[in-house]
Design a binder for this molecule. Structure first.
Ligand code: ZN
Length: 343
């Protein structure tokens, strides 16, 4: 039997919402790279499908996963958050502030499935130590329009694009109150962060394709707060988290570089760092043939951060290790140097 009919069969299950494939039908690899637990994960679920999947996970978890609408986008789409665990250490993940950078979102669904569905001793122990809150697809309008910004075509944004909307990831300045925030969805994240008060905050994005200094392609980048006002101890904590990110993604077959990000306080990485969170950015490279593996790498980072927070090992990492993460080099020849967070 060739691989193709199996894949077609699997996509039928995925479409039907039957996401757990029997082991016998597990597909180890596809043209899009290695899969998560042998399943092909939808890299770009529609916002309607995302809502369905979140509520299904909540049901399957028997109450361990709590899904709530934290507000609505400018076009009236719900912005969802999912919370799991009841431990003292609080972790917030945010995915897809930029609508056309999707892969953190399916990784979040897989994280919830992994820790919230089933009764493994490992997950029970984890959930006793940490509470993880995920804003899953912060920018549903941008996703549906397949663009970076939110939807606010009449705005003349300082950061964003006239005719489209605001760049949500420039509107996390702690000096701007959520009620005064012109970027609606940034205000929703600010409120969620303020009520949850996380110890750790990780923001998932995507970037173009880049090499290291020796010409080897990197698959992801990470960075800690670089605004000069962030407390040195909070920067060190973020660096410890960044090292956990590097180890988890490199250990999963990826290759992490530093991300050359800016110092502006409106960038989530800096804004939540100023508020005392251990705040880290993760950028997954847009590598079409590696899409499933990129989701799996993001999942590995989510699991590793939660685990290292739960067992306390993140606090024993040498923050200087973050400085040893290789810098990001030039764009892969033939690809556009595109930016992302600061970028
Ligand atoms: Zn981005």
């Amino acid at each position: 039997m060739s691989l193709k009919p199996k894949i077609a069969l699997l996509s039928v299950f995925v479409t039907a919402g039957l996401l757990v494939a029997p082991a016998a039908q597990a597909v180890e690899s596809t043209t899009a790279g290695t899969t998560v637990d042998g399943r092909i994960v939808d890299p770009r679920p529609s916002t309607a499908k995302l809502a369905f999947e979140l509520h299904k996970l909540a049901l399957l978890s028997h109450g361990k996963i709590r899904v709530s609408e934290i507000g609505r986008s400018n076009q009236g789409r719900p912005v969802w958050a999912a919370r799991v665990g009841h431990g003292k250490t609080r972790i917030q993940y945010v995915t897809q502030q930029h609508g056309d950078e999707p892969l953190g979102t399916p990784a979040a669904l897989e994280f919830l499935r992994k820790v919230g569905v089933g009764h493994s001793a490992w997950a029970q122990k984890l959930l006793a130590k940490v509470t993880v809150d995920i804003v899953v697809r912060a920018n549903p309008d941008g996703h549906e329009h397949d663009w970076r910004y939110n939807y606010d075509p009449k705005a003349t944004p300082e950061y964003g694009e006239k005719g489209k909307g605001y760049d949500i990831n420039r509107y996390h300045d702690p000096a701007v109150a959520p009620k005064d925030n012109p970027a609606t969805e940034a205000g929703l994240i600010q409120r969620r962060n303020a009520s949850f008060k996380p110890d750790i905050m990780v923001d998932y994005h995507m970037q173009g394709r880049y090499l290291d200094a020796n010409g080897k392609e990197i698959t992801a980048s990470t960075m800690w707060p670089t605004h000069p006002g962030v407390k040195p101890s909070d920067v060190d904590f973020a660096k410890q988290i960044a090292v956990v990110v590097q180890r988890s993604i490199d250990g999963n077959g990826g290759y992490v570089s530093q991300y050359p990000g800016g110092d502006y306080q409106g960038i989530a990485r800096n804004g939540y760092g100023l508020l005392g969170n251990g705040s880290v950015l993760i950028e997954l490279s847009l590598i079409p043939e590696r899409e499933q593996q990129q989701i799996q790498d993001a999942l590995a980072s989510m699991l590793a951060i939660a685990q290292a927070a739960a067992d306390g090992s993140v606090r024993t990492v040498d923050p200087a290790g973050a400085e040893a993460i290789p810098p990001r080099g030039p764009a892969l020849p033939g690809t556009v140097e595109e930016g992302d967070e600061a970028a």
